[in-house]
Ligand binder design. Sequence first.
Ligand SMILES: NC(=O)CC[C@H](N)C(=O)O
Length: 232
Amino acid sequence: MKVAVVVFPGSNCDHDTRWALERAGLKAELVWHTEGSLEGYGAVFLPGGFSYGDYLRAGALAKFSPVMGEVRRLAQQGYPVMGICNGFQVLTEAGLLPGALLANTNLHYTCKEVFVRVERADLAFTSGYREGQVLRLPIAHGEGRYYADEETLARLENQGQVVFRYVPQPGAAAETPYNPNGSLLDIAGIVNERGNVLGMMPHPERAVEEVLGSVDGEGVFTSLSKALSAMA
Ligand SMILES: NC(=O)CC[C@H](N)C(=O)O
C-alpha cells in the first residue's frame, strides 16, 4: 500500500521523509496540498518545514489546505497518520491532536540532537522499538514547546498517549538539562486516543543512515512498513 507525503508551500522535509519510507520498503509519493483526494493511500505523512512560512503560527494556515479534509477522513477511518515537526504543528492546529506547540522557552530556533524515550511500542509507527528504548534524534524548530491545559495533560498521561518523551542522555549527570524547548511533561510526541494519529517534534527521517549520525529513526518507518503489510 502506498504512503502519501503531503507537500505544503514551505515544506522542506518531504523528500527526506519519502526517502526514509522507501528505504523501509514502502512506496511513497509526494502529494501537493491542493489535492482533493487521498484515495488509494494507506497512510499519510505531514512532513517538517515551514508551511506558509510559519505565518501567524506554525501550522496555522496549512490546516486550511484542501488536502486536510482527506487527512481528516483517513484519520477518522483509522489509517496511520503522522506529523513530524511542522507536521505535528499542523495536526494540533487542525485539532487532530490535542494541545499546541508554542515558541521554545529560549525563544531560539534550536537545532541539535536530543534523546527521547519510547513510551508506547504498540503503535503502527513504534512496534519496531522496545518500550523504554532511548533514541538519539535531531530536532530543528523554533516552536516546539508542547503545551496543553492540565486536564488534557492528565488525560494524555492516564490514557498512555505520550509516545516520546525527552530524557537525559544516557550516562549524563542528573542535573544536565535535557528538555530542549520547555515542553510540558517533557513531551516530544503524542498520539490520539485511537492510536493512529501521531505527532512528534524530533525528526526520525533525519536519522535513518549511519552517515546521518544515527539510525534510531528507522524504527518509525520499518514499523509502519510492517503494519501496512499486515493491513494489505
Ligand atoms: N523543522 C521543522 O519542521 C520546523 C518547524 C517549524 N517551522 C518551527 O520552526 O517550529
